[in-house]
Write a protein that binds this ligand. Sequence first.
Ligand SMILES: *Cc1c(COP(=O)(O)O)cnc(C)c1O
Length: 392
Amino acid sequence: MKKNDILIDEFIFFVKEIYSESNIPLHRPVFNGNEKNYLSECIDTNFVSSVGKRVNGFEKNIADYTGSNFAIATVNGTSALHISMILSGVEPGDEVLTQALTFIATCNAISYSGASPIFIDVDIDTLGMSPKSLKAFLAKYAIKKGKHTFNKLSGKRIGACVPMHTFGFPLRIEEICDICEDWNIPLIEDAAESLGSLSNKKHTGTFGQMGTLSFNGNKVITTGGGGMIITDDKDIAKKAKHITTTAKVPHSFKFIHDEIAYNYRMPNINAALGCAQIERIQEMLSKKRILHNQYRDFFSETSIHLMEKIPDTEPNYWLNTIVLDSKKNRDEFLNLTNAKGVMTRPIWELMSELEMFKHCQNDGLTNSYKMYELVVNIPSSVPFLKDIKNKK
Ligand SMILES: *Cc1c(COP(=O)(O)O)cnc(C)c1O
């Protein structure tokens, strides 16, 4: 096996051949479709804000693409999660099962609803919530009372379960779904990173009561900032639209609002970007798959493991993910690549380590802590096909 630093040098060379950019970001957006046309149209018609055909159109696009009955556009993924918490019935003082290995947005949204997270471990091969760990946690701590499930240790109600499809790799969602059903716990999927990822040919985010997406600038497709709630439940969809639009009662000129609500609707001008982006999502995903295959070739004869899909799933390959054999080699990889203008990134600081969530219950998080030390994301922007073809 090659020494780590030689391998890293070869990696840097390899990535620089793929992307002809001097500083290679982890994930940059690509705007080479109808983005400018649709943006101009918003400006020319003055429909730049929370009403317009683009925001309605983008909702329809996402519903069609994911196969959900309804899609409700929001200002970002965090607000989509916040509204989902409320609509699943999470109340102040509840607890919500989630991962310590996630982006802060998941836990912020839980906190906005007045609940606190409980951290469940992930599977090594998906980096998403482990059904085995969830089942074991509930068997040990949960007790059913009437329609609800409570935590025997804290006495608090368990209001929801929010697993997250990490880096676009689908987790074992069907098993999680069954466990939540057994315990009567509403399931919300944080699918912010997994637009285009399938589990058993079904889109991630469509297994739970609700799923949430993000269109932040670093995601597979972007609206600048934006999010979406997807659901098959008509009542939830109706309420979601209502409370993301200040609970305004429809009227041609009067302003009447029937509850305290949120100004969370995605502006039309942001949705215009989304409408253009989604037209080309298949092309982007197929280029990302080609890139993944190239990384597979590169890493196949090295001591570095490239994360692959589990059976019966199709990831979007949002962020290619490697697992090094020691923390020391991981640190060296991060230092050398970033110093040479190839952006690579470790996993987020685990939520269980952050000041705000340190006190929250967790199940030991063996895999989360292990993977936290070894995993690195490598540049994964949609490459230009000419660059791919020139290789080899
Ligand atoms: C991006 C992301 C979100 C949503 O983030 P916003 O910036 O609010 O759109 C939520 N959860 C995870 C895991 C994410 O990666």
